[in-house]
Design a binder for this molecule. Structure first.
Ligand code: FAD
Length: 408
């Protein structure tokens, strides 16, 4: 095995189906988990190793949205992990969800990140929808027969999401939507769009949440964006031109949309941080394997104390990051008063630290790390965007400090 890793043949090995599963016990992070959690963690690691890791380079290169693989993941219960069982969900906790997304991301960050957005949308419909809406949408989303997208960002409103301009005018028993959304993950290839739009005056209180189905007349999509990473999922603008959506597709009451969007994102931020954990987890392993076999100055790089210390720091930051994510997940599950801050802290700290870990792992690979034959560069490219979306890390700082400064 070491011989293989020392030369170009590492190419095959870097994407070998089992390379990411054979992990150090310190890194697998099963400690502190219940037997049941260890069980589905193993299922997720196996799925990542067998169904995702062998294809992640091809999905990236050819920009393939792996629908059938995601449907297989849904058969394991990963299409509606924290959706209630009566509508097809797995009914698991936020912590369980984090454990699953971390494990899946070792096989493909981009695909797992999309699955996490899909889960967030399914949870929003499950939680804020009425019985008819839950029964209409959730079963097909949980089985991933249908796919969902989350539509908040607009060309003119990103960080300042509450300034969104897409309008929904009530006409009889329909809302007429006009406007456009930018950067929508899955956009154009998905079936169900959870759209934040303006039904009232300025600011967050004028925003409502509508579920828009793909075949609705007046709904169209922009070109597929060319991206640095996250290439196994399409990103497009979503455009509404006199798009008539039944009032029965509104989640919650008029004016509650922004709150619904933010509640979805609290969980989304833990999920995205968990995807970063999976990438860092895989990259520490890849760096370790490389140091053990790559020889320079007559000995393996693993004998170099500078690199040993770097590896130790990477592993330490990974474990610290995981602890924060799991604390935030538990706080959200228990609806604790510090949950929103902790979710933001987890997103800020973990997506920054895990990007640095992956980038350091790439550095340890030297020139090979910059070649697309090696998995490490894809992890770096795929998780860079986690510092930007679901609220930028600057916005996370705003939320954390605002909560600190206004707490009585
Ligand atoms: C690949 C990809 C997928 C995405 N998927 C989705 C999706 O599915 N659904 C969706 O709704 N959105 C999605 N987004 C959009 C994403 O959430 C936004 O890009 C993000 O919220 C930032 O908005 P912006 O790009 O308009 O940046 P801007 O808001 O213009 O910010 C630019 C920079 O200025 C900083 N900044 C802004 N205001 C302040 C301030 N007051 N203080 C300090 N710094 C500030 C920001 O942090 C950022 O660094 C996606 C984006 C990408 C790249």
């Amino acid at each position: 095995m070491k011989e293989k890793l020392n030369g170009r043949r590492v190419v095959a090995y870097a994407f070998h189906p089992h390379v990411l599963y054979v992990l150090c016990s310190l890194l697998t992070a099963a400690h502190g988990l219940s037997d049941e959690q260890r069980e589905f963690q193993k299922v997720a690691f196996d799925f990542a190793a067998n169904e995702m890791a062998p294809h992640m380079a091809e999905w990236d290169e050819k920009e393939m949205f792996p629908i059938e693989t995601m449907r297989k993941a849904a058969q394991l219960g990963f299409g509606g992990i924290y959706v209630q069982p009566d509508v097809g969900g797995s009914g698991l906790s936020r912590l369980d969800t984090s454990v699953i997304f971390e494990a899946l991301s070792t096989g493909c960050v981009s695909t797992t990140a999309y699955i996490s957005i899909h889960n967030m949308c399914a949870w929003m419909i499950d939680t804020f929808g009425n019985t008819e809406q839950r029964e209409k949408f959730c079963p097909d989303l949980c089985s991933m027969e249908k796919f969902a997208s989350y539509c908040l960002t607009e060309p003119g409103s990103g960080s300042d999401a509450a300034s969104l301009l897409t309008t929904a005018q009530l006409k009889g028993d329909h809302y007429i939507l006009n406007g456009s959304k930018a950067f929508i993950s899955g956009g154009g290839d998905t079936d169900v769009y959870v759209v934040m739009c303006r039904t009232g005056g300025k600011g967050p209180k004028g925003i409502s949440c509508l579920v828009v189905e793909k075949e609705t007349p007046g709904l169209s999509f922009g070109k597929k964006e060319k991206k640095v990473g996250w290439n196994s999922q399409p990103t497009r603008a979503v455009i509404f031109e006199d798009c008539a959506v039944p009032v029965t597709n509104r989640l919650g009451e008029e004016g509650q949309g922004f709150g619904i969007a933010m509640k979805g994102l609290n969980g989304g931020r833990i999920n995205i941080a968990s995807c970063s954990l999976g990438a860092a987890h895989a990259c520490v392993q890849l760096a370790r394997d490389h140091l053990l076999v790559r020889k320079q100055f007559g000995e393996t790089l693993s004998n170099n104390q500078f690199l040993q210390f770097k590896l130790a720091e990477m592993a330490t930051k990974l474990v610290a990051s995981r602890l924060l994510v799991r604390e935030a997940a538990t706080a959200l599950q228990e609806s604790r008063s510090d949950a929103v801050s902790l979710c933001s802290m987890a997103k800020l700290f973990v997506t920054d630290e895990c990007f640095n870990i992956c980038n350091q792992a790439l550095q340890m690979h030297g020139g090979y790390g910059y070649l697309k034959d090696y998995a490490v560069q894809q992890f770096v490219r795929d998780i860079r965007v986690h510092q930007i979306l679901e609220g930028t890390n600057e916005v996370m700082r705003m939320i954390i400090s605002r909560n600190l400064l206004t707490e009585s």
